[in-house]
Unconditional design. Structure first.
Length: 112
């Protein structure tokens, strides 16, 4: 699945996703930030079920952004953690060299 498909599947499930990953986001009131550790600068507001948060030091973001910051990983790795929790299959495309060359040529890239 693509990253945006994983985050779409996660809508409304972020509290349990964070809990399963060991990320304490509190109960919506100001609490310690799971990323920077500030005592009361973090708030999990979960707007539209997207896992959104605000930290007065780290800034704001959605659920995937919080996982990225907490685990110091990229979006793909964070997405894989969410997909694993949700039991989603991450599809990997294996192209032959010929298929890859054809796709690149169609895109305007020319292989030598």
């Amino acid at each position: 699945m693509k990253i945006n498909e994983v985050t779409a599947e996660a809508v409304g499930k972020w509290q349990s996703i964070f809990s399963s990953l060991g990320i304490d986001v509190g109960n919506g009131k100001h609490c310690p930030c799971p990323v920077c550790g500030g005592k009361d600068r973090f708030r999990f507001d979960n707007k539209n079920g997207r896992g959104t948060y605000i930290c007065n030091q780290c800034g704001s973001g959605d659920g995937l952004e919080l996982i990225k910051n907490y685990y110091h990983c990229d979006a793909k790795e964070a997405s894989n953690k969410v997909a694993e929790y949700l039991n989603l299959t991450v599809q990997v495309s294996h192209l032959t060299r010929c298929e890859l060359a054809q796709r690149l040529n169609r895109s305007g890239y020319h292989c030598l």
